[in-house]
Design a protein around this ligand. Structure first.
Ligand code: 13P
Length: 335
């Protein structure tokens, strides 16, 4: 059993009606996002964007926690209040992305390994002091002929286990994120088999590395067709396959599953989450099933903002609308 503190943080992260905002884009990724609205990417414009999100009225009604990047956890609002404290005032937890991104996996063309284990223990201790109470590490599994290989699954899931064990030792709840990528023309059945294989090995590794499952949050992909698949599966099929896959692989001790959006359209990410929750409610499944969305929460407000101070309030309204839609879907009550 994980410590009482870890369990209560994990439960808070997946609390009813709420989900997690992934605002942990690395500087490179955030620069691409800002380029798309013709805004120069500087520490100050990145701070202004995150401030806009974090000061949205009533953010604590639909966001339980925010995942930040190293730069952001050290930043403050215009009044000098740290983002960690600002969010705490709205009862929102701070999390931190701690992986050092994905790199080519040796001997496996087209596959990746997530780096960042060296020196992780003192980094986690520092983030805890800065106020973080959970962390994130993302393993990336592209789909192609013969991919993901068993080799890539084993090495990536082993690294996730090492990360998760270190987080729990340092008092942080690990978000464990094995992402089977949507990019490609593959069918939902191929995504299902890759997700099955990844989750099976993941839970073997977490068990072998003594990770307490009651003190983690799983952040997986939904079981879904590739972005460019010819006949993309319906939301009902996504829900059925996703829940069958998790029922077969995810132990009941895991308190919650927070899905990534993975490049789904805004409406698609809401409709799929809604169907998953409707089906889970009908079947009395035990886990909380929520969102940990990046693009599906931020794309709409970013396009309204365009870097203009005069657009802040309307961009915040757009963010709030996305949050409330996701919140309804997380209860299976979106219409
Ligand atoms: P997306 O919802 O944009 O996939 O981002 C979530 C995330 O944190 C990926 O690591």
């Amino acid at each position: 059993m994980a410590s009482t503190e870890l369990i209560s943080i994990a439960l808070k992260m997946v609390a009813r009606k709420k989900g997690i905002l992934a605002a942990d884009e690395s500087t490179g990724t955030m620069t691409r996002r800002l380029d798309s609205i013709n805004v120069d990417s500087t520490a100050e414009t990145r701070r202004l964007w995150r401030q806009l999100l974090f000061t949205t009225p009533d953010i604590g009604d639909y966001i339980s926690g925010v995942i930040m990047y190293d730069e952001t956890i050290r930043q403050s609002d215009d009044n000098g209040l740290s983002f960690v404290e600002l969010l705490a005032d709205s009862d929102v937890l701070t999390g931190i992305k701690v992986d050092n991104s994905t790199h080519d996996l040796a001997g496996a063309p087209g596959e990746f390994i997530t780096e960042g284990l060296d020196g992780l223990r003192p980094r986690l201790a520092e983030y805890y002091k800065l106020g973080a109470r959970f962390a994130k590490w993302r393993a990336l599994l592209p789909v192609d002929d013969g991919i993901p290989s068993e080799y890539s699954i084993r090495t990536n899931m082993h690294a996730l286990g090492r990360y998760a064990a270190l987080c729990q030792e340092q008092g942080l709840v690990p978000i464990v994120e094995p992402e089977v990528l949507m990019d490609g023309t593959h069918s939902i059945d191929i995504c299902r088999s890759a997700t099955d294989r990844a989750l099976r090995v993941l839970f073997e590794e977490l068990d072998a590395q003594r990770v307490e499952l009651s003190g983690i949050v799983l952040k997986p992909n939904m079981v879904i067709s590739g972005t460019d698949a010819r006949n993309r599966a319906s939301a009902a099929e996504v829900a059925r396959q996703t829940l069958d896959c998790f029922s077969a692989n995810v132990p009941a001790e895991v308190p919650g599953i927070a899905f990534l959006s993975g490049g789904q359209g805004d409406e698609e990410a809401v409709l799929n989450l809604n169907e998953i929750n409707r089906l889970a409610n009908a079947e009395d499944l035990l886990w909380e099933l929520t969102y940990s969305y990046g693009r599906a929460l931020q794309a709409a407000p970013l396009s309204v903002w365009k870097g203009e101070p005069g657009n802040v309030i309307s961009a915040q309204s757009a963010f709030q609308r996305r949050g409330l839609d996701c919140s309804a879907a997380r209860e299976g009550a979106y219409s």
